[in-house]
Design a protein around this ligand. Structure first.
Ligand code: ZN
Ligand code: FE
Length: 788
């Protein structure tokens, strides 16, 4: 028996953060052996509990290495040393060796289930070693990689609580699972070529292919220019070659997706670089264990024009499952898009996939397997903007990681924040943690609304959060508001743009008042008008609207949101311009008549709609095929002009705009800008240049208004949020402009600035509003919530 080392120190630690399901306990055990410590490690209510005894210097090194060498996917938020003098006598100095003890029973503590992790380099190495028991195994994984949240039924994250419970381990896997020195020690997803899930492939024929034959079959179909479905981590993808126009168009028809760009998965970072420019920050994100889709700038490349149209970006990502690696190596780049029809939830169960397959004659085959997916998770989408990451969609790889409330925040009730309507998410708050859900989609569809309700139930269960209070939007017709009102709990209604700004405050733990600039397409204002170009003074316990775009009258028809040209006609009417050569005069006259008669019109201060209108006025995009397309193409036109003319935005001249004070409110008037665009366009100025000058105008207006607000409020912190700030040239320019003027600027880095971030902001506000405050409030100075 090994000699027991001399003991002069003992230590008990509690570690919080993402420490379950990421190989943390085996990692601790290996470290303890390195430093000759005795003791134990165990999961305890979502934390990891360590008792260790050994030489003082060894214990110090051990503690340091815990942080420095923590496994990929782990995220330590706190290490607490427990003072337990009364138990010193029973401390592990008397133990011999270091053990991994059973998990303590689930209790009331904060529990952090791990997100899904991409296959690691060590496993990829083994994948290619002939003779390895996992040679070419499509499910190879270890303690630091593999599916997690998508296959968990319950906590703690142990094999019997995952869908891997369906697969008893063979003797080899069981031995590695039990061997402390092995990198598969307590790896819940461990399996090999003799045990574990199996692949199968079906097509229109009567037989299923299995194993390697299944992989070969799907590769053959893809190489033949046809479309196949492939089971991934959070659901099925539809895959096909991005090089063939006809194939891509058939995929568009299958999805009912006219022109929204598709993401492309590439076999390696080197291949991505053949088609695009990749910055260092983008490369880091692309290769991160979360493996998001990253929007990178296109450069050259021979993809079909139907993949991403006129976008200057391509949504690129790298394989994150062994199956994807095995396929992509043979096929090269593939479009990989979630298997579903547009606006419906992603398919994640084999039965639904079979039904979809029967309907879609252009779908040639399905590569599936028998490891069940319990939770749908779309691929996450990120851009690098203003020097940092910006979520377009936060889902796989990040969910269910929480954010922490700032120290000193009031203890509050458990909260469910219901989010918005499109890009719906919700957020649970329990203890000092805020858990934003993944993006669920547009609650306008019955199927998506059902998924929304189910996902709330599921997350409440697995996170152990039972809401005592609900927060929702002011909009009476949001499905999320209806859910909130039907829940039978105290409801707090929070104004949409206040929630946008609060999402930034929640990310950084801001509690002091800030100047909030919230620009988006639409949000219920609570005063009967539609807001969307808002300047607020906001703190977690309330806000005051101090400025906004000068409101204009719009046609209220539902389809008007995608008809940029209708918005343009309304604004030109406001500007007193009766003809503009890029407009179609006949429908325009009808719109003018409707506006004059005020038939079905709304009043709005939306900034997003002005971007749409300018895009239409410049004949860049008159009708959006997907949400926001007019504005996106306006941004591309401006960026392309800037690149071609070597004119950075600094050198572009802003257009005219007005700033007025009206009963204490700053009104920013963009009508002069639209008049100038119309006149300069008539005079033959390049639409790309005008697009660039329009962006510059918006930046200048933000800067001027923030300065005005600073003069009276003496506030120096600015928070920018709302979907308009997904415009990269706007954000890249306005952040340094504000910083040069002495402001400290905060933007969304951990949730989307679009409506996907609303729920986090709502939860944050809910926590500060306390349990006693109910009903509507939307302004610190006038509590005039309009709950219907
Ligand atoms: Zn691995
Ligand atoms: Fe919004």
């Amino acid at each position: 028996m090994a000699q027991v080392p001399p003991v002069n120190q003992q230590l008990q630690l509690k570690i919080s953060g993402v420490v379950q399901g990421v190989g943390f306990r085996p990692f601790v055990a290996r470290l303890a052996r390195r430093y000759h410590l005795n003791g134990l490690v165990r999961n305890d209510n979502g934390q990891v509990f360590i008792e260790a005894a050994g030489l003082e210097t060894d214990l110090a090194s051990f503690r340091e290495s815990l942080v420095k060498e923590a496994p990929a996917g782990a995220s330590i938020s706190r290490i607490e040393r427990l003072p337990r003098p009364d138990r010193i006598g029973r401390m592990p100095g008397n133990r011999s060796g270091f053990t991994i003890a059973e998990s303590a029973a689930a209790g009331q503590g904060p529990v952090l289930p791990p997100p899904d992790v991409a296959v690691c380099d060590d496993c990829l190495y083994e994948l290619d070693q002939p003779g390895n028991p996992r040679y070419r195994n499509p499910f190879i994984s270890c303690t630091s990689c593999g599916p997690r949240f998508s296959i968990m039924a319950d906590l703690p994250y142990d094999r019997e609580n995952t869908t891997m419970a369906d697969f008893p381990m063979c003797s080899l896997c069981a031995a590695q699972y039990g061997e402390i020195a092995d990198r598969r020690f307590h790896a819940q997803t461990v399996c090999c070529n003799d045990c574990g899930p199996v692949l199968s492939y079906f097509d229109r024929g009567p037989n299923r292919a299995a194993g390697q034959a299944a992989v070969d079959a799907v590769i053959a179909v893809l190489q033949d220019g046809r479309i196949a479905a492939i089971k991934g981590i959070g659901g099925y993808h539809l895959a096909c070659s991005p090089f063939l126009d006809e194939t891509v168009l058939r995929l568009r028809a299958m999805k009912g997706r006219e022109n929204k760009p598709f993401a492309v998965m590439f076999p390696s970072l080197e291949t991505i670089k053949q088609y695009s420019q990749v910055s260092q920050a983008e490369a880091v994100l692309l290769q991160s264990p979360e493996r998001p889709i990253v929007l990178v700038e296109r450069a050259g490349g021979a993809f079909s024009g139907a993949v991403c149209g006129s976008s200057r970006f391509i949504g690129a990502f790298l394989p994150y499952t062994p199956i994807q690696h095995l396929i992509l190596r043979q096929t090269g780049p593939l479009i990989m898009t979630s298997a579903n029809q547009s606006d419906l939830p992603m398919i994640h169960e084999e039965d639904s996939m079979l039904a979809f397959f029967r309907q879609q004659k252009d779908l040639s085959g399905v590569l599936t397997h028998n490891r069940r997916i319990l939770r749908r998770l779309d691929d996450s989408v990120i851009a690098v903007a203003a020097g940092g990451p910006q979520f377009i969609r936060r889902a796989r790889g990040y969910v269910p990681l929480p954010l922490t409330m700032p120290a000193g925040a009031p203890p509050g009730p458990a909260i469910l924040a219901c989010g918005a309507q499109q890009k719906s998410t919700f957020c649970l708050a329990g203890g000092d943690l805020l858990y934003p859900s993944g993006e669920i989609g547009d609650l306008g569809s019955r199927e998506t609304a059902a998924v929304y309700r189910d996902t709330i139930q599921d997350m409440e269960h697995i996170l152990g959060v039972t809401p005592e209070k609900i927060v929702c939007d002011l909009h009476p017709r949001y499905e999320s508001t209806r859910y909130a009102m039907a829940a039978g709990l105290p409801v707090l209604k929070v104004q949409h743009h206040f929630a946008h700004i609060a999402s930034v405050m929640a990310e950084t733990g801001l509690t002091e008042p800030v100047i909030g600039v919230a620009f988006d397409g639409t949000g219920y204002g609570g005063d009967g008008t539609v807001w969307g170009g808002e300047f607020l003074i906001a703190s977690p316990d309330g806000f005051k609207r101090v400025g906004h775009l000068k409101p204009y009258r719009l046609l209220g028809a539902d389809d008007a949101v995608r008809q940029g040209w209708k918005t343009a006609a309304c604004l030109l009417h406001d500007a007193g311009i009766l003809s503009h050569s890029d407009m179609d005069p006949a429908p325009e006259q009808l719109i003018y008549a409707a506006l004059d008669a005020q038939v079905n019109t709304i009043v709005s201060s939306s900034m997003g709609r002005i971007f749409d209108a300018v895009s239409s006025m410049l004949n860049i995009c008159r009708t959006a095929g997907y949400e926001g397309q007019c504005a996106v193409e306006l941004e591309h036109a401006a960026a392309q002009y800037a690149a071609a003319a070597a004119m950075p935005m600094d050198q572009a001249d802003p257009l005219a705009f007005g700033l007025h004070m009206e009963s204490g409110m700053i009104l920013a008037d963009l009508i002069p800008c639209l008049r100038q665009i119309s006149a300069d366009r008539e005079a033959g100025q390049d639409p790309g240049l005008l697009a660039l000058r329009f962006h510059k105008t918006v930046c200048r207006m933000i800067l001027d208004v923030c300065r005005m607000i600073r003069t009276t409020s003496h506030l120096n912190h600015v928070a920018l949020s709302g979907g308009v700030f997904q415009n990269r040239i706007l954000l890249d320019h306005v952040v340094p402009a504000l910083e040069n003027a002495g402001f400290t600027v905060y933007t969304n880095r951990r949730v989307s600035p679009g409506d996907g971030g609303i729920a986090l902001g709502q939860a944050y506000i809910g926590r500060f509003a306390g349990a006693e405050k109910q009903g509507g409030f939307n302004d610190v100075h006038s509590s005039t919530g309009t709950a219907d």
